[in-house]
Design a protein around this ligand. Sequence first.
Ligand code: NAD
Length: 505
Amino acid sequence: MDHRFDVTERFAEGAQFIAGSLRGGTSGRTQPVVDPATGEQVYSYELAGPADVDAAVEAAQGAFAEWGGATPGERSDALHRFAAALAEDAADLAFAESLNCGKPIKLSTEFDVPGSIDNAAFFAGAARHLEGKAAGEYSADHTSVIRREPIGVVGSIAPWNYPLQMAAWKVLPAVAAGNTIVLKPAEITPLTSLLFAQAAQRAGLPDGVINIVSGAGRDAGERLVGHPDVRMTSFTGSTAVGKRVAEIATGTVKRLHLELGGKAPFVVFDDADLEAAVHGAVAGALINTGQDCTAATRAYVQRPLYDAFVSGVADLMATVRLGDPFDPSTDLGPLISHAQRDRVAGFVDRARGYATVVTGGEIPGGELAKGAYYRPTLIAGAAQDSEIVQSEIFGPVLVVLPFDSDDEGIALANDTPYGLAASAWSRDVYRAGRATREINAGCVWVNDHIPIISEMPHGGAKASGFGKDMSAYSFEEYTQVKHVMYDNTAVVRKDWHRTVFGDRA
Ligand code: NAD
């Protein structure tokens, strides 16, 4: 599904989508958009400045009364049309995502794009299922009713690793619940967020419901988080930036949803299917070139399987084909940028001083040298408290450590600040079941690692943040619960007034 188009022509008016139209930014600063597979610039645009953020928030606020007041059925219809519009644009979306991020086209085509369309279809249905507790007489003299209401304007900030899916995860639950939104994609990956907003407009969502400000974190991002008319901040990105965002959001008492970093453990017990675990570890570590917050990053393998696991993973990693993202046979694309490639290489180079690089650990030469490529890398012999085990690397790097008892394996899995995702590998339902209970993470897979589905929540524990994306649980973030209490008695002087008026009541 190769569907190339000229990005400069497509976004000639600029990379801000505000009140239903594309326009340029006003920051006075130009941002290049680079194809990481070649290092070539494919587009450049003027970044959003504070005035653009203000204009987008104003547009979202202007659209809120109509959109928030629409019936669930009306919003559902619009989102069904939106899902269909995204499906029509599937080839364009896959092309733009692969061009901007260097993702293998098979990944964009089979994962990013259909996942986002499915999300839209899910939230089209879910919009009609906003629930509250039953109304009732919790005091005999009153009837209580729960209203689940939209919050208002949501300001969302997304990372660069899955730009289209992040746009979908941020925007869809928010608008399904009746909010309007201003989304700031990462400044290096604005393309598919813009296509996403354009598809929504074609589907008939009113102007101003979805706005995109393509700007830098420090100015556009902080302005959006601190804006007094934005009622909620939903942030996906690193834990370090998440902390800063939380500080700013606190200043204006905003609701906050934080999806932060991860360092997912992959725990292999000695009765596991070795071949399944080896394949699962390589796929789980290399998906999206390891730039996945749930990627398998720390494999803990029980001693009897350890040697075979290490050699199996090293052999399988060596078969992975790096190459042109648009070649359908390419398994692994470049990292998002040369800067990210160098950051990953830095982690591995420092680890050489205290651990063994079993395979990989190099920047490929030849044809691939101009892109931000890095070979799949397996590291063994690192201590649990070392940087390579504890820090989020966000690249195609897996570290493997042995363990003896089940207690030890689970304790090591829990021993980082993060708690986003994990997997347990065993044929014994009791052993795997214990791991699912005792590993502190937002998701624990058993005998697999990575799959996600629209119906189930995604979100972290510990330093990986709080709140849920996807699923009906996301409505807990994007709605506020209001209690309405009706007096049933029509009595003028109520019994409880005695607490104020005493015997004069
Ligand atoms: P990042 O934290 O550097 O940037 C994320 C976004 O925040 C970008 O849009 C950026 O422009 C913006 N930003 C930067 N500084 C800001 C500031 N001071 N105020 C407001 N906004 C600011 O993250 P990244 O490098 O783009 O993405 C990788 C990170 O995202 C990894 O840590 C990864 O684990 C995390 N991530 C988490 C999830 C999840 O669901 N938990 C999903 C995807 C990515």
